[in-house]
Design a protein around this ligand. Structure first.
Ligand SMILES: Nc1ncnc2c1ncn2[C@@H]1O[C@H](COP(=O)(O)OP(=O)(O)OP(=O)(O)O)[C@@H](O)[C@H]1O
Ligand SMILES: [Mg+2]
Length: 262
């Protein structure tokens, strides 16, 4: 399981994560929602030490690290337990789709090039873009680039995949295909933590929803509990604001965009 205990993080005097604790069971999908600036990305980045927290403990699978005492070996072991899918894909622009996926296999897993290629092709097939294997990111749509990003994250077979708003840079027409790929992975019992503003998707895919605001977990529960019966005022307000924004967008752009946004 993933066990996050008492994670704290400040940037100078800006306290961003106050005392974050939560668990994710093996095979579970946890979705984190919350207003902009509430610390969602910082939390994900602390889990794999892209950002070093100021204190707390992180346990992922069989690797446990006390943030303050972590040495380099422990950090690198913990990093191997997760891979991240970013909002802006972060693909290597000078590598083909296939090379982007095989890169971590050759570099981190020390796999032979031919074996890596075979595995890379299987993964591209799994995300539905095998026919694009020799194309460079610039010639792929946003949705295709993000699917390469997901294949790359799967390649090292991590204990868990961390998604930071995987669809929010995409044109609405590409959102659906990426969400479908993520659902497909969830169905295979992969442990995942997903930060997203796609509320309908969150409701469908999540085993547990965590609502964060101002650096704390305000409330967590099943999608039904959080979306239909929130108990905290802060959660109710967030959901109300979200629905109002969606309605305004709907009035402005018409019926079709509502389905895409929700
Ligand atoms: N590298 C950094 N240096 C200084 N401050 C930072 C850094 N990264 C994040 N912050 C600050 O931490 C706070 C939380 O940011 P974070 O990106 O984690 O929020 P978020 O919940 O992911 O927001 P969004 O929904 O807009 O992505 C913000 O006040 C932000 O300005
Ligand atoms: Mg963010």
């Amino acid at each position: 399981m993933i066990k996050v205990s008492n994670i704290r993080k400040s940037f100078k005097d800006n306290v961003v994560l106050k005392d974050i604790s939560f668990n994710v069971n093996k095979g579970e999908v946890v979705v984190i929602i919350g207003p902009s600036g509430s610390g969602k990305s910082t939390l994900l980045r602390c889990l794999n030490f892209l950002e070093k927290a100021d204190g707390g403990k992180i346990e992922i699978g069989d690797v446990a690290v006390d943030v303050k005492q972590a040495n380099r070996a422990a950090v690198s072991k913990l990093r191997m337990q997760t891979s991240m899918v970013f909002q802006h894909y972060n693909l290597f622009k000078n590598k083909t789709a296939l090379e982007n996926v095989t890169h971590p296999l050759v570099v981190a897993k020390k796999m032979k090039k031919d074996d890596a290629k075979q595995m890379g092709r299987d993964l591209l097939k799994q995300v539905g873009i095998l026919e694009k294997e020799n194309q460079y990111p610039i010639s792929l749509s946003g949705g295709q680039q993000q699917r390469v990003g997901i294949a790359r994250a799967l390649a090292v077979n991590p204990y868990a995949i961390l998604f930071d708003e995987p669809t929010s840079s995409l044109d609405p027409e590409w959102v659906g295909e990426v969400l479908r790929v993520i659902s497909g992975i969830a169905n295979k019992q992969k442990t995942m933590i997903i930060v997203t503003h796609e509320m309908n998707f969150a409701r469908e895919i999540a085993d547990k929803v965590i609502f964060m605001a101002d650096g704390v977990i305000v409330e967590q529960g099943t999608p039904k509990e959080i979306f239909d019966h929130p108990t905290m005022e802060r959660t109710k307000q967030f959901l109300k604001d979200f629905h109002r924004q969606t309605e305004v967008h709907h009035e402005f752009y018409g019926e079709n965009t509502k389905a895409m946004l929700m």
